[in-house]
Design a protein around this ligand. Structure first.
Ligand SMILES: NC(=O)c1ccc[n+]([C@@H]2O[C@H](COP(=O)([O-])OP(=O)(O)OC[C@H]3O[C@@H](n4cnc5c(N)ncnc54)[C@H](OP(=O)(O)O)[C@@H]3O)[C@@H](O)[C@H]2O)c1
Length: 249
């Protein structure tokens, strides 16, 4: 890997992805940033970064994004699969299935659509690093979150399988699995209902997007012979998805 790696970050328009982009920009990475709301990528303040529309659920969009990334900065050294979402808290019995499709298409198929187009080049070059932004939801399921949790559990298997499949090639694979992080995540989950979103973070101290970006930056900055397989990072106030310490009744 060169001293100024070419790093692709999916879902860089908000939250954790935006924080990763800011931290890696400060560390001199040459960035290719994608999201559906591409206009938001301009706000990240790195004029050298490629900022390009990307919908990870749409294979043509993935192809166009990666072609633009390679045209801007050459071969890809680092892929951060961050784009993802939870939608709704319906039980399986109470769901209509629309949100399931959206979560599976984004969190599982979206990651695969991007990864399978980047890893062959990494294998060929004998270097590369793939980072998955998973979740504590991939470690423990909660009621009303079974499909979101299932997508994040799938991501753990995909990361594990990729690590096995690339063994001996020099490619590294890291999962960063956070607990509660205050971003637009809950606003998206509750379909724009800010009262419900705010209640998630009420009277507790969640992680910040930068706390998660710190973990990514740490994993990426290890020497090539060191692979951080997985980081499960939680707020001190959270012991599991549903065990959250709140300071007032
Ligand atoms: N916040 C938490 O508590 C938490 C905890 C554990 C794990 N995570 C994971 O962290 C990742 C980032 O979430 P966040 O907390 O930063 O939430 P966020 O603020 O809502 O950011 C989500 C990002 O994903 C992008 N995205 C969603 N669908 C996309 C698509 N089809 N194509 C391209 N980009 C897409 C969004 O961009 P556009 O809408 O502009 O496309 C946005 O940039 C997700 O994978 C999430 O599951 C979050």
């Amino acid at each position: 890997m060169t001293s100024a790696p070419h790093t692709v970050v999916t879902g860089a328009s908000s939250g954790i992805g935006a924080a990763i982009a800011r931290q890696l920009s400060a560390r001199g990475h040459r960035l290719s940033l994608g999201a559906r709301r591409a206009e938001r990528l301009d706000a990240l303040g790195d004029p050298t970064a490629l900022r390009h529309p990307l919908d990870v659920t749409d294979e043509a969009s993935v192809e166009a994004f990666l072609a633009a990334a390679r045209a801007a900065h050459g071969p890809i050294d680092v892929l951060v699969n961050n784009a993802g979402l939870a939608r709704g808290i319906e039980t399986i019995a109470g769901a209509d299935g629309i949100a399931w499709r959206e979560m599976i298409e984004t969190n599982v198929l979206g990651v695969l659509h991007v990864t399978r187009r980047v890893v062959p080049e990494m294998i060929e070059r004998g270097t590369g690093h793939v980072v998955m932004i998973g979740s504590v939801a991939g470690h423990e399921t909660y009621e009303g979150g079974s499909v979101y949790c299932g997508t994040k559990r799938a991501l753990r298997s995909i990361a594990e399988g990729l690590r096995y499949e690339t063994l001996g090639t020099g490619v590294r694979v890291t999962s960063v699995d956070p607990g509660m992080v205050e971003t637009e995540f809950s606003l998206v989950r509750f379909r724009g209902d800010s009262a419900k979103a705010d209640a998630v973070y009420r009277d507790t101290r969640p992680l910040t997007a930068d706390d998660v970006a710190d973990c990514v930056t740490f994993a990426l900055s290890r020497p090539p012979h060191v692979n951080i397989d997985a980081i499960l990072v939680m707020p001190t106030d959270q012991a599991s998805p549903k065990r959250v310490h709140r300071r007032s009744p």
